[in-house]
Structures are given as structure tokens and as C-alpha cells.
Write a protein that binds this ligand. Structure first.
Ligand code: G16
Length: 545
């Protein structure tokens, strides 16, 4: 170590953020998440850790205070790595060690991380901080700031921002502005400019109007989309629901509620055929939906979003004459019909990753163009540096008009997409642009393929870590007997598939089932929940049909 760490400052600050006795937390699917009242100490530790990571990478690191889709009383923290991506796995382990260290162990754990990771303590550290609209977030972000200050880090507090906006800021700062300007205005300007340029290329602008109902989950998405509205063309009319003026965050609304319950959020009235979408609590997920004339609800989830975006991109690549490697990354939750459609009809390679965008993101980086979406609406598109250069060059230099136009559209799409992470606002603009450009109604988009009926359930168990999975979470290896029982149950239904996995954001086990009819999917999901309850140590009431 080149210089000593100021342990006195750490000790002084850490006394103000004492660890709740007996609390152990794990850096989960998207950071730490639990009851807000237990998180003060963890937040302080993440301030400390962000400084070490920043010094090691000689880059700006982000700390976002949010529990995204969880209820209002929860909170959490996500760390953001230099290019706006999720924290590297080995640092997740450091995060867990540090957060769980007792007061007298802090110094040792910090020193250990510095040694293992060759952190140069003389290096300056810069941290950007953001938070969602939860009532606990302001105070918790102050705890992060104390952690940053204790190790002498510099910081900028962006205050209320969506999670993807903070990812964007980190990337802008570390690319010295080449990704964009690191302000919320910079974000609005970049996206709206790309959106206008892209949609200008539409030959068949329906009636020229884009009309969309947006359920903002009573979260940060409402504030930020309202701010952005004035940057969008006036023909883009947004009707806000659950904008935080009265309802509770994520309560009977938002992307997670709509996806899991397969029904519209409260507070949003739908006329047949009207295009609607829901964000989640920190606006990194989006799902679309509409009611048909018979009043049936239709959900267009992350799988349908991945499909329409892939179709659009593939068509443009053909028009531009670009041969770039292309793949779609899904998780075990992807509807079987979507995978079949992508592979068999579109002839696109599909890969299955573990839940958590960090896993999908990583896999998507292996291709020139990697489209990744979780069924819950969390996803984006990644373009390799080489692919981006080729497209930008062609958009400028190509002599053939048709090819150049296609390349320009690809270029605008690159600029419209938030490549750092799934982003509800950016994804929404991409989808709206595609629908205009392809002159598609939401029903036409929906009819690309028909989802297999599915059901998701949650089961409470004493310790969800007893369930261990393999094969991208599609099979359970422990506890003994559970997978055998799931296989046995699945065999009883047609076109059936089911799996279970411990959630990394809530203290529950998730159950997923699909089958030929809704009744069968419901039955299978229920039977599997009972298996989890009995074999994996269920607590409380036995799951009801
Ligand atoms: C987070 C992750 C997502 C994941 C979701 C649920 O979303 O970013 O990738 O799908 O949690 O994870 P789990 O099933 O492990 O609870 P968010 O929107 O809550 O940050």
C-alpha cells in the first residue's frame, strides 16, 4: 500500500452508522435489498467500497439508492462500474464481506480488499450518487456520502434520478463525454435527438401522432419522463398514470405487478386497442399491454420487446448489407413461444443466462449486436465497438442511398438505446420509433407469436439458500428430491415447463410454470409451489390454489 488509509476517519464515521446486531446481507441479483430501516450501515459501507473501486479503476463509480420493484418500505443499493455496467462479480463478494463485517473487523476487511485488488490509495476517487423517490432514500444516500467522505473520496450527488440515468452519467464521465453529456439535460437531449432523427425517416407516419398511456409505478419514472416531455416532439402525447401524486410506490401498479399478475395496474383506464406501458419503481424495466375489443388483456413483455427490436434491427442490417454477428439473450423466464419464434422463424441464435441483467449483459457482449431482455421487461441492446464504427462509417460514406439510409437508422438506434443497462424511457422510445417506422399497431406487434400460458408464484421458506440451481437456473440441484418432483409434475401437462429459484431481491422462492392452457399453467405452478413448500422448508400457510 502506497499510503495509509485514514482508519480514524472510518472509525469515527462508522460509529454514526452502526451495524444492526446479527444482520447479514448478501449482494444479490441487483445489489443489497432489505427493509430500509436496516440499511444505514450497508449504505455507509458501499460508500467506502465505491471509493476503493474508483481508486482501483481510476474511474468514476456510481452508487444508486433504490429497491426498484420492491415495496416502499424496502430499500437497496446498486453499484455501477466504469462503463455504466453492473459491479464486477468479485467486487460483489467484497461488498458482501464489507457489509457483514463487525465494527472491529472493518479495518481488516478494507485492508484485505486493497491488497487483493491492488488499490492505489494515492489515486483520487470520484463517486456519483443517485436515488429513487422512496421516503427512506434521501437519508440513506447521505449514509453513502459519509462512506465516500470517510475515505476522502470526491462525489457528485445527482439526487433524484432513474437508475439508468445514473448508469448513463457514469459512462459519460468515464468516456469523457463521448457517450453523452453527464447531466440529465444531456440525457434528454441525446435520446430525444436520436428519436426525432430516427422517426423522421418514417415514410408512413400513421396520422402523425404517437399516443401512449404510461403507468409510472408512482416512482421516479414519472418525474423524469415529465421532465423529458418538453424535449420530445409535440406529436408525442403521453398520458400519465400512477405519477406519484397520490398512490403508493409499486402498489398494484408498475411493470412487476403487471407482469406477475397479468393484469393492468390500478388507476389506468384502457379503451380497446389503446397502447399502454408500465415502468417499474426505478424505471429500468418496461412492459406494454392493451385490451382487445372483447375486453381481454394482452401483455407484451420483455420477450415481445426483444422480438420486435430484433426484427427491426435484422431488417436494417439486411438493407444496409452489413454482416454482423447477432444474438438474443434471455433467461429461464422467457416464454417458450418467444424462444421458438426467434430460433425457428427468425433464425436468430438464442442464449439463456441466469436471472439478473449483469448475466445477460455479459453474454450479450460476445456478439456484434446482442439483444438482451428478461421477460420482466429489463433489457437493452449492446453494439460492439467494431459494429458501431462500421455502422457510423457507412452512415456517412456509403454511396448507395438505400444502404446509407438503413445505416443512418441503425446509427440513430444506437444513440437512442441506453447501452449501459435496461432503461424504461429509452426502451419506450425505441419501441415507439419502431412502431411508427414499421407502421405497426400494438395488436400487429402482439400477433408476431402467441405466448404459451404461464404463471409465476412466490413461496416463503425458512432459508431460500437451501435451493441451489444449475443450467441457467432451469434445474434445482438441492434440496434433494425437489427437481425429481418438478419433473414428475411437468410430465403431467402438455407443452409444460417449470422451474424454481431463490429470488435475489426478495426473501422468497420464485416459481415459474407454463403449459398448453392457462388452467394447466396455474395448476402446474401451484403443484410446484407445494413441492417447494414441503421439500424446501416452507413457512407460514401452505400455498393455496
Ligand atoms: C432486479 C434485477 C433483474 C431481475 C429482478 C428480479 O430487477 O435487476 O435483473 O430480474 O431484480 O430478480 P430476482 O428474481 O432475483 O428477485 P429490479 O428492477 O428489481 O432492479
Amino acid at each position: 500500500l502506497q499510503v495509509e488509509m485514514d482508519f480514524e476517519a472510518v472509525a469515527k464515521y462508522s460509529k454514526l452508522h452502526a451495524k444492526p446486531p446479527g444482520l447479514t446481507l448478501q449482494y444479490g441479483t441487483a445489489g443489497f435489498r432489505t427493509k430500509a430501516e436496516d440499511l444505514d450501515h450497508t449504505m455507509f459501507c458501499m460508500g467506502l467500497l465505491a471509493v476503493l473501486r474508483s481508486k482501483q479503476k481510476k474511474s468514476t463509480i456510481g452508487v444508486m439508492v433504490t429497491a426498484s420493484h420492491n415495496p416502499e418500505e424496502d430499500n437497496g443499493v446498486k453499484l455501477i462500474d466504469p462503463l455504466g455496467e453492473m459491479l464486477a462479480p468479485i467486487w460483489e463478494e467484497h461488498a458482501t464481506h464489507l457489509a457483514n463485517a463487525e465494527e472491529h473487523e472493518l479495518q481488516g476487511v478494507l485492508t484485505d480488499i486493497c491488497q487483493k485488488e491492488a488499490v492505489d490509495l494515492q489515486q483520487e476517487a470520484f463517486i456519483v450518487i443517485g436515488r429513487d423517490t422512496r421516503s427512506s432514500s434521501k437519508k440513506l444516500s447521505q449514509s453513502v456520502i459519509d462512506g465516500v467522505s470517510a475515505l476522502g473520496g470526491q462525489y457528485q450527488d445527482y439526487g433524484l434520478v432513474t437508475t439508468p440515468q445514473l448508469h448513463y452519467m457514469v459512462c459519460c464521465r468515464n468516456t469523457h463525454g463521448s457517450y453523452g453529456t453527464a447531466t440529465v439535460e444531456g440525457y434528454y437531449q441525446k435520446l430525444s435527438k436520436a428519436f426525432v432523427e430516427l422517426t423522421m425517416q418514417a415514410t408512413s407516419q400513421r396520422d402523425g401522432h404517437i399516443c401512449l398511456k404510461v403507468d409510472c409505478a408512482n416512482g421516479i419514472g414519472a418525474l423524469k419522463l415529465k421532465e423529458m416531455e418538453r424535449y420530445l416532439p409535440s406529436c408525442f402525447v403521453i398520458h400519465f398514470s400512477n405519477d406519484g401524486t397520490k398512490g403508493e410506490l409499486n402498489h398494484q401498479c408498475g411493470a412487476d405487478f403487471v407482469k406477475v399478475h397479468q393484469k393492468p395496474p390500478v388507476g389506468l383506464e384502457m379503451k380497446p386497442g389503446e397502447r399502454c406501458c408500465s415502468f417499474d419503481g426505478d424505471a429500468d424495466r418496461i412492459v406494454y399491454y392493451y385490451n382487445d375489443p372483447a375486453g381481454h388483456f394482452h401483455l407484451l413483455d420483455g420477450d415481445k420487446i426483444a422480438t420486435v427490436i430484433s426484427t427491426f434491427l435484422k431488417e436494417l442490417l439486411v438493407k444496409a448489407g452489413q454482416t454482423l454477428s447477432f444474438a438474443v439473450i434471455q433467461t429461464a423466464y422467457a416464454n417458450g413461444s418467444s424462444t421458438r419464434y426467434l430460433e425457428e422463424t427468425m433464425k436468430v441464435p438464442v442464449h439463456c443466462a441466469k436471472t439478473g441483467v449483469k448475466h445477460l449483459h455479459h453474454k450479450a457482449q460476445e456478439f456484434d449486436i446482442g439483444v438482451y431482455f428478461e421477460a420482466n421487461g429489463h433489457g437493452t441492446v449492446l453494439f460492439s465497438k467494431a459494429a458501431e464504427q462500421k455502422i457510423r462509417y457507412q452512415a456517412k460514406e456509403e454511396k448507395n442511398n438505400q444502404k446509407r439510409e438503413a445505416a443512418k437508422m441503425l446509427e440513430n438506434t444506437i444513440d437512442l438505446i441506453n447501452q449501459t443497462i435496461g432503461d424504461a424511457v429509452s426502451d419506450m422510445l425505441v419501441i415507439e420509433a419502431i412502431l411508427v417506422l414499421k407502421n405497426l399497431t400494438v395488436q400487429q406487434w402482439d400477433s408476431m407469436y402467441t405466448d404459451l400460458p404461464s404463471r409465476q408464484l412466490k413461496v416463503k421458506v425458512a432459508d431460500r439458500r437451501v435451493i441451489d440451481t444449475t443450467d441457467a437456473e432451469r434445474r434445482a440441484v438441492t434440496p434433494p428430491g425437489l427437481q425429481e418432483r418438478i419433473d414428475e409434475l411437468t410430465q403431467r401437462f402438455k407443452l409444460a415447463r417449470a422451474f424454481v429459484r431463490p429470488s435475489g431481491t426478495e426473501d422468497i422462492v420464485r416459481v415459474y410454470a407454463e403449459a398448453d392452457t392457462q388452467e394447466n399453467a396455474d395448476k402446474l405452478a401451484h403443484e410446484v409451489s407445494l413441492a417447494v413448500y414441503h421439500i424446501a422448508g416452507g413457512v407460514g400457510e401452505q400455498p393455496k390454489a
